[in-house]
Write a protein that binds this ligand. Sequence first.
Ligand SMILES: *Cc1c(COP(=O)(O)O)cnc(C)c1O
Length: 278
Amino acid sequence: MEFNPFLKNIKTYESGKDIELIAKEFDLKEVIKLASNENPYGVSPKAKEAIINNVHLAYLYPDDTMSELKQALADKFKVQKENIIIGSGSDQIIEYAIHAKLDHSKAYLQCGVSFAMYEIYAKQLGVKVYKTQSLTHDIDELYELYKKHKNDIKVIFLCLPNNPLGECLDKTQVFEFIEKIDEDCLIVIDGAYNEFASFKDKNKHINPQELINKFINVVYLGTFSKLYGLGGMRIGYGVACKEIIDAFYKLRAPFNVANLSLKAAYAALNDEEFIFKT
Ligand SMILES: *Cc1c(COP(=O)(O)O)cnc(C)c1O
C-alpha cells in the first residue's frame, strides 16, 4: 500500500518501557521511571480525589467548552478564556501549531537537540527542519539561521528549559529575540518545565500574559504531565492571542480531552501543597 510519502522520513517515537513490564522482566520490586520525566511523587492528591469523585461521568462526553478549566487557567495567568486552548497533552498543541502554519514548502527552526515531537509532527507534512550547530539554545545562532532562511521559516520552537539537555534561556534573551522575528513567524515557547527553572531562578520565568500582551505571534505551552503529576491523563494547554487560538481550534477534534482529565487538571491547579513538594 502507498502511504503519505513524507512518512518514510519519520522515525517512530520510542517511549520508555512501562514500569510493570520492567519490574517483571528484571524481577524488581520498585521501579522509578525517569524516561519521560513523569512526576516521581505520583499524582496530585487533589487530582486523585477529583478523578474518583467524578468517575460516574465517564460514560458522558466531556463539556467541550472546557470552560471550568479554561476559566481557572485564565484567572491564573490573568488572561481571557479566549486566549486558551486545551489539548490532549501539550503535544497536541505542538501539532496544532505546526499544522496551522506549515506545509511541505515551509520550514521550522529549533536548536540542535530539543523535544522530539517538534520534528515528528513537522516531518509528517514534509516540513523542512533547520537546527543550529549548537546543541543547546544559542540565541545568536538561532537568529543568524532565521535571517538566512526567513522566507521559509514560519515556526520557531524555544524549549525553556530544554528537554532533554536542560539548559534554559533567560526571559530577557527570549523577549529580545522575539522582537527581531517577523510577525508572520509563529514562536512556540514550550514551558513544560518552566515552573521548575523559574522556581530556582526568577530570570527564567516566562509570564504568558506578558508574552501575549507584547507579541501577537507567540504561543506559550504548558502541561499537567510534569509539575502536576498527571502524565497519564494527557492534558496540556496553550496561551496565545485570540487569532492564533481560533486558528488552532479549526484543527481540534471535538471532545479532544477526557472529562476526568479536565476535572483532575482543575483540581491539581489548586493543589499548592503538592506543587510545592514537587
Ligand atoms: C513532556 C513534554 C511536553 C508535553 O507533554 P504532554 O504530556 O503532551 O503535555 C512538551 N514539551 C516538552 C519539552 C516536554 O518535556
